[in-house]
Each structure stands twice: as structure tokens, then as C-alpha cells.
Design a protein around this ligand. Sequence first.
Ligand SMILES: Cc1ncc(COP(=O)(O)O)c(C=O)c1O
Length: 466
Amino acid sequence: MTVSPSPHSSLPAASVAEVRTALLKRAARAAMDYLEDEDARSVAPRPEAVAALSALRGPLPPGPTSPETVLHLLDTYGSPATVAKTGGRNFGFVNGGCLPAALAASWLVSTWDQNAALFVQSPTAVTLEEVALEWVRELLGLPKGTGGAVVTGATMANFTALAAARHALLTRAGWNVEADGLFGAPPITVVVSEEVHASVLKALGLLGLGRNRVVRVPVDGQGRMRADALPQLDERTILCLQAGNVNTGAFDPAAAICPVARAAGAWIHVDGAFGLWASVSPEYRHWTKGFEQADSWATDGHKWPNIGYDCGIALVREAKALREAMSIQASYLVLGEHREPSDYNPELSRRARGVELWAGLRSLGRSGMAEIVELTSSHARRFAEELRAAGFQVLNDVVINQVLVSFGTAEKTLRTIARIQAEGTCWCGSTVWQGHTAMRISVSSWATTAEDVERSLAAMLNAAKE
Ligand SMILES: Cc1ncc(COP(=O)(O)O)c(C=O)c1O
């Protein structure tokens, strides 16, 4: 029996092209309708919409479904149950938006369907990724010659950079970790702060360095690593610093810590998922002072730069260490004289996500990136001022785009958050900050306007009424 690969496999080639064009126009229309509707949409999807997703369940049909029907199902049931991220009132997690140029690039990237593993598979994807990595390095003020990888997010960026750290430290100790693994290897100490992001611990676990096998340095009231509490460091130590705490936005005091760590020969890694981008703004750059002395950095394109999911970036001062940790060889993988992405990141076949990074950064330029940092941070300050003026406690120093607010007791705060989420004007999540239950407001989207802030504040204050 032959299996029909698609409902159109029996059509002549010209008709296939026509059907495909018609389908893509419908998809583009559906996408634009979705965007035009963003202002009216509840940020959290309505429970009825989530329940209606059951229409997309069920067994795989024995035969084909027309692409038009597939698209119709997706738009009818999928679109209403999405979380509204394209507008400016989603303040959950650290959710960037997606810049128009990055979105348009993403449509093209999906159409091109390039494999960004090797230059020979996509000169466009590999060239643009290389250019984008260089732009990121420059924007973040990192040393020339730094190597990089475009990955799916900061978790994988932490993983990738820490794999380079593991490689470098063990190579110095005469051990080839890629060839021989970790059993019997000389021990490495990993130093993190009490406020290390969970993704760094996950990366350490994946690398065999252990989520719990870390030395934790105490932090201050903003979650900054205490420079006066650093343990003894040496050339077998990876020290993980943080630029931008997920709750408070605070930065570890890199200018005080890095010279000490460098003198001791430790490898300094920076988790700067969003905070590192503050270095693009003359107004906020001072927070990132000292982080340029590190050996590796992890950051996200899909947070502050608003590149859209998924886009993370790993950067390693000693490009050779990254390459030696990540390279892959096989007789059929034809390598040219170009930088081959598969030699710098954990994946082989991969989406050409560097193209969206290139497009988003090209559309912003340096001043556009600085403007996102400055505008979102000023929106965060406005939230803090108004909530404070209304009698609520802001738990952090609002240094960049993160605000933590308590509405009173833990119960009242959680109740208020639930009401805000259910009402739908905006969306904020909860956290526990140094023993206090709080609401997190993360202003990370290019799309957030002053009007969005005022509408959201009104919804928050209303929800906080008993
Ligand atoms: C400081 C920090 N590190 C790492 C991450 C993980 O990033 P991703 O979800 O892109 O993997 C986050 C996410 O918010 C973060 O704030």
C-alpha cells in the first residue's frame, strides 16, 4: 500500500503551488487578525477557551486532513487559548514581546526551513548568526574575539557556557572531559549565590557537576552576592555571578568580585538572562560594571531585546574552549573554512534562529535597544510609585524593570494576584522574596505603553480592594 503524503499529492504541481499560496495568505490573515485583536483580549485566556482545546485532542486520524482544515482548527481553538503576549500588559515571568522585524523574519525563516548546523546547509543562516553574535558582543561591551552560540534560551546558554568552563578547567588539570567523562576526573568546585537562578542549577546538573554540589554565597537584602562572604577561590573553581535577579533585578557586585576571582584563576560565569542588556543604556550601564571581566556569559534574545521565542545566547571569552566543548565530527559532515554553528552549540540540526536575532537587532540599532531598557525601567518605576502611594509595600529597590509588591498578608497578596489574572487586563505572577509573598511585575516588552501601565495599575488597585 502506498501512503498519500498529503491531501494534495495527486494535484499537478501548479495547483499545489496555488493551494499553498492560498493557505499561507489565510495564515497571514489569521496572524494579523490575532495581532489586531490584542487590545481587546484578556491576557490570560478565558477558562472556556482553555476547555475548548479538547477539540484538538483525540486519536490521530487514519488519513490526511486538508491543510485548510488544520489551519482552521488551530486558529479557532488554538488562538483563543493563547496567553496574550503581543500586547503590552503581560508582566509575568520575564516575558519580552516580539519586535515586528523579528516576527516578519520568523515568517521568512519558517518558509526557508534552513538547517543552521553548517554553512553548506545555509549560508544565509550561518552568516546572519555570525553577524548577530558579533552585534550582541559589541552591545554587551564584551571582549573582541569572544566566541558565541545562539541557543534556545538562557537555560541552554548557561549550559553551553558552563560546558566550556568545565572543559577549560579540566583541560588545565590534564583531563579530557569530552572524551573521558567525569568519573575519576579532578574535582571542580562550583560557587553560586543563594539567589542563583534555577536554570544555572539545572545546567550544572546536566553537566554532571550537580545541582546540589555547589558552594552557596550569602546575599544581601536585594539578592546580591556578598563580596565579603566569598569563599576561597582557585583555578579549579567556577564562580557563577548574576546580572539581573529574576525577582528584584539586582546585580551582583561584579566590579568588586571579578578582580579577586581572576587573580585566583577561577572561571567566572555570568547568568545575565536579561540584566546584561542594561549595559546598552548610558543611564543603566553602571549596574553592569565589572561583568565584562568574566570568562563566559549567558543571555536571552527573547527577554529584553524582544526577539521572540526561542532565542538565547552563550558567549565565551576563549572561543577555543567553547569550540572544543561543543565540536562534532563525522565523515559526512562536510566542513568548510567558515564558522560552523554545530561546532559551537549543543545541537546539530537546528532552526535558523540567528536570523530573527539579526533582524530584531538590525531594526533596533544600539539606540533602539537602549530605549527598550530605559522605557521598560521607567514603566517599572511608575508601577512602584503608584503602588507605594496606594499604601502597598514595594519590596525591592527598583533598579531596572522588575518590581516586587506585597498587598499585605500572603493570603491577601495571593488573592489579589488571582483576581488580577482572572480579570484579564494584565497578568502578573507571584513569588516568595526572602520569606515575603509578593507579586512580580516584570516590564520587558517593547509594546508596553504608558497607557498600558495606567490601565494595569487601575486593574491592580481595583483587585486589591477588599
Ligand atoms: C536570571 C535568569 N537566568 C536564567 C533564566 C532562564 O531563561 P530561559 O527561560 O530563557 O531559559 C531566567 C528566566 O527568567 C532568568 O531570569
